[in-house]
Ligand binder design. Structure first.
Ligand code: NAD
Length: 257
C-alpha cells in the first residue's frame, strides 16, 4: 500500500481543506463535485483562503478539478478516495456504489462524515469492500486543526488502517486517534454536547450572542469563535443535520436528549 494519488469527492468546506492539505504534502489530488465549475471555484477559494490553507501557493497545481460524470474514471487510478459530500446517507450510498465499481484494487475509501455511523455508511457493501472502507473525520479548518479521527471496525484490514494512520500523521501532520463506531465518535460526541449545553444556558440566562461567545471562548480554553461563532464556522445547515443524526442514533436514555 502506498498513497501516491488521491481523489476527494465533494469540494465544499471539508473537501477543499483536505485537498489543500494533500497539496501541502506534495500528493497529487483531484477534487470532484457535481459540476467542474464548483470544484474550480473551490480551487480559487483555496488559493485565496485566509488564514491560508496552502503552505506554498506555487503548489496549487497539485490540485486538479473535475466533475463526477465526465471525470469519474480518475477513481481507477486513486490509492485513496475521500468522500466529503453533503451529510445525506442516500447521496453517500449512491456514490459508494459508483466508487466501488470503478476503484483500484486494494485502494482505501473513506468518508469525512461528522456523525453517520460506519456500519450505516457501509451497510450495502460486500465484506471485501468493507475491509477497505473507513471514516477519516477531519476537522475544519483542515490545515490548522490537529485532530483526525479514524473510525474502523473489526472487519477492516488492520494493516491498511495502520498505514493510513501513519500516512496522515507523517504527511498531513495530524494527530490521529482510532475511534470506535459510536455516534459522533469522540470529538463531536463531547464537543457538540458541550455546545448545545452552552447555547441552551445562554438562552436561559438571556445572554446575547456576543456575551455568550465572549465567555464560551478563550476564557474557557475554547477557540475564540465562541459557541455561536463556531456554529457559523461549521455551518448552521450542517449543525442541523448533525443534531438530527444524534437524536436518531443515541438511545433515549442518553443525556443528549
Ligand atoms: P459543504 O456543503 O461545504 O460541501 C459539500 C459539497 O458536496 C458541495 O460542494 C456539493 O456540491 C457536493 N456534493 C453534493 N452531492 C454530491 C455528489 N453526489 N457528488 C459530488 N459532490 C456532491 O459540506 P462540508 O461542510 O464540506 O461537509 C462535507 C462532509 O464533511 C459532510 O459529511 C460533513 O458532515 C463532514 N464534516 C463537515 C465539517 C465542517 O465543519 N463543515 C467538519 C467535519 C466533517
Amino acid at each position: 500500500m502506498n498513497i501516491k494519488n488521491v481523489v476527494v469527492i465533494g469540494s465544499g468546506t471539508m473537501g477543499s481543506g483536505i485537498a489543500a492539505q494533500l497539496c501541502n504534502a506534495n500528493i497529487p489530488v483531484t477534487l470532484l463535485d457535481l459540476k467542474t465549475e464548483i470544484s474550480e471555484k473551490a480551487k480559487k477559494k483555496i488559493f485565496q483562503s485566509k488564514p491560508p490553507l496552502l503552505i506554498d501557493k506555487n503548489k496549487i497545481n497539485n490540485i486538479k478539478v473535475g466533475n463526477i460524470e465526465e471525470d469519474f474514471h480518475i477513481i481507477e487510478k486513486a490509492d485513496w478516495v475521500v468522500e466529503a459530500v453533503v451529510e445525506r446517507i442516500d447521496i453517500k450510498h449512491k456514490l459508494y456504489e459508483k466508487i466501488l465499481k470503478s476503484r483500484k484494487k486494494d485502494s482505501i475509501i473513506s468518508s469525512n462524515t461528522s456523525t453517520i455511523p460506519l456500519k450505516i455508511l457501509s451497510e450495502k457493501m460486500s465484506d471485501k469492500d468493507k475491509k477497505d472502507f473507513c471514516i477519516t473525520h477531519f476537522f475544519n479548518p483542515v490545515r490548522y486543526m490537529g485532530l483526525l479521527e479514524i473510525v474502523s471496525e473489526t472487519i477492516n484490514d488492520e494493516k491498511k488502517i495502520s498505514y493510513l494512520k501513519n500516512f496522515c500523521e507523517e504527511n498531513l501532520g495530524k494527530g490521529v486517534i482510532i475511534c470506535k463506531d459510536t455516534p459522533g465518535f469522540l470529538g463531536n460526541r463531547v464537543g457538540v454536547y458541550a455546545m448545545q449545553v452552552a447555547m441552551t444556558e445562554a438562552i436561559k440566562m438571556q445572554l446575547n450572542i456576543e456575551e455568550a461567545d465572549a465567555i464560551f471562548g478563550r476564557p474557557m480554553g475554547i477557540p475564540k469563535t465562541g459557541v455561536f461563532g463556531l456554529y457559523d464556522l461549521i455551518g448552521i445547515d450542517l449543525m442541523s443535520d448533525v443534531l438530527k443524526s444524534f437524536l436518531k442514533e443515541l438511545p433515549k436514555s442518553d443525556v443528549f436528549h
